[in-house]
Design a protein around this ligand. Structure first.
Ligand code: SF4
Ligand code: SF4
Length: 350
C-alpha cells in the first residue's frame, strides 16, 4: 500500500512501471474480507464501487504534478490517513467473537460523545440494506454506525483548487482517526466493530447516511445535511449491535427528503458542473437507488482539476445553510417524487 502512496504523491508515479492507483489500494484493503467464512452479501443488482481510475494522461493529472511543497502538504494528510486505513483493515482479521449484541442507551450516548469529541459533527445508525453493499464485497456485520465530518467553507469555496483538495484529504484523514477511536471503544465494551475505509469503502456511505436520517442525497449525488450542507464526508463502523437507535427503531421518518423537491427547482450544480456530468434528473438504477452523475465524465475532469468539488461548493445548502434554504422554500408540487424504496431495506444473510 505504501509503495503506491509514495509513488503517487512523492514521485508523481514517474518511475513506477505500473500507474499509481487508488483502486489498487482499496482492493488491497478488501482482501481482509477473505478472513470471514460468512459475510452479509450484496443483492445481485447492487452496484459496483465506483472506480477512481481516470483515463486522463499522467501529465494532466493534477495530483501527479504537484510542486515539492504541495507534495509535502499532501503527505501530511495522506500518511496518517493511509496508516489508519491499514490498521483498520487489519481489524478485519475474523477473530473477533463479541459477547454482546445489545447496547445500553448510556453506551450509545458515550459512543456519540466520543465521536463528537474526536471531531464528528453527526452520528446516525442503520441496519445496512443489501443493496447498499457494493457488488463483489460483503459485510462482517449487518448494522452500521454512520458519522460525518465537516469540511471548512473557505478552502472548499476555492474549488477546483489544490487548497480545496487538501481540505477534502484532511476530512478523510480525520475520519480515519475517528473511526479507529470509535471501533476500539466499541470492541473494548464487548461489541464487534469494523471501521469502514475512510476513502472508498464497501458500502454506499451517502445511501447509509440518508437511511440513518442524517440528511438527503441531492442532485449532485452527495449527502446534504442540516449543519454542513454538502461540505461533509461520511464514514461508518460496521457492528453487531442489534438495538441501535435507527430511524426505524424510533418509528421516525427522514425529515430531510424535501431537499430533493428543492433540487428539482434549483439545479444549480447541473448548470455549474464544468463538464455537464450531472444529469438533468436522477435516473433510477436497477438496485433501487438513483444515479445522479455520469461518473466517467466527472472522473476525468476530477483527476485533472484537484478533485473538482465545484458541485458541493456552489450548492445553496453549502453556501447559505439548510435553515435559510428551508425557510425560503415554499414547496415544489412539480418535483418528481422518488425515495430510496423501503422494500429494499431488508437484510438477509444468505
Ligand atoms: S445545487 Fe441545487 S440541485 Fe444541486 S444538489 Fe444543491 S440544492 Fe440540489
Ligand atoms: S465533481 Fe465537478 S465534474 Fe464532478 S459532477 Fe461535481 S462539478 Fe461536475
Amino acid at each position: 500500500m505504501f509503495k503506491h502512496i509514495f509513488n503517487t504523491v512523492i514521485r508523481g508515479g514517474g518511475r513506477d512501471p505500473e500507474p499509481p492507483s487508488l483502486d489498487k489500494i482499496l482492493e488491497h484493503s478488501d482482501k481482509h474480507l477473505n478472513n470471514f467464512s460468512t459475510l452479509v452479501q450484496p443483492l445481485p443488482e447492487s452496484k459496483p464501487r465506483t472506480s477512481f481510475n481516470a483515463d486522463t494522461p499522467k501529465e494532466e493529472q493534477s495530483m501527479l504534478n504537484l510542486s515539492v511543497s504541495q507534495r509535502l502538504k499532501v503527505m501530511s494528510k495522506a500518511l496518517p490517513l493511509f496508516t489508519n486505513m491499514q490498521i483498520g483493515a487489519r481489524m478485519y482479521d475474523g477473530k473477533s467473537e463479541p459477547p454482546s449484541a445489545e447496547a445500553t442507551p448510556e453506551f450509545i450516548a458515550e459512543l456519540e460523545a466520543l465521536a463528537r469529541k474526536a471531531g464528528a459533527v453527526d452520528v446516525g445508525y442503520v441496519k445496512v440494506p443489501r443493496n447498499a453493499i457494493f457488488q463483489g464485497k460483503g459485510l462482517p456485520c449487518e448494522y452500521a454506525v454512520v458519522f460525518s465530518v465537516e469540511m471548512d467553507k473557505e478552502p472548499i469555496d476555492t474549488s477546483p483548487s489544490f487548497e480545496s483538495q487538501l481540505e477534502v484529504m484532511d476530512g478523510y484523514k480525520r475520519m480515519a482517526t475517528i473511526s479507529m477511536k470509535m471501533a476500539r471503544f466499541m470492541r473494548k465494551h464487548g461489541f464487534a466493530a469494523y471501521p469502514g475505509t475512510a476513502l472508498g469503502g464497501i458500502t454506499d456511505y451517502p445511501h447509509l447516511a440518508e437511511l440513518a436520517g442524517m440528511g438527503a442525497i441531492g442532485y449532485h449525488g452527495l449527502l446534504i445535511s442540516p449543519g454542513e450542507g454538502a461540505r461533509l464526508r461520511i464514514n461508518t463502523i460496521y457492528t453487531n449491535i442489534s438495538n441501535l437507535p435507527t430511524l426505524e427503531a424510533q418509528g421516525k421518518e427522514n425529515e430531510h427528503l424535501w431537499i430533493r423537491d428543492f433540487c428539482a427547482m434549483c439545479k444549480k450544480c447541473i448548470r455549474k458542473c464544468p463538464v455537464e456530468a450531472i444529469y438533468e434528473e436522477p435516473r433510477p438504477r436497477g438496485d433501487g437507488g438513483m444515479q445522479t452523475i455520469d461518473h466517467a465524465t466527472c472522473r476525468d475532469y476530477f483527476a485533472a482539476n484537484y478533485g473538482c468539488a465545484v458541485c458541493l461548493a456552489i450548492c445553496p445548502f453549502s453556501q447559505v445553510g439548510y435553515e435559510k434554504v428551508q425557510a425560503r422554500f415554499k414547496g415544489n408540487p412539480e418535483a418528481p417524487q422518488f425515495r430510496i424504496p423501503v422494500e429494499m431495506i431488508q437484510v438477509a444473510t444468505d
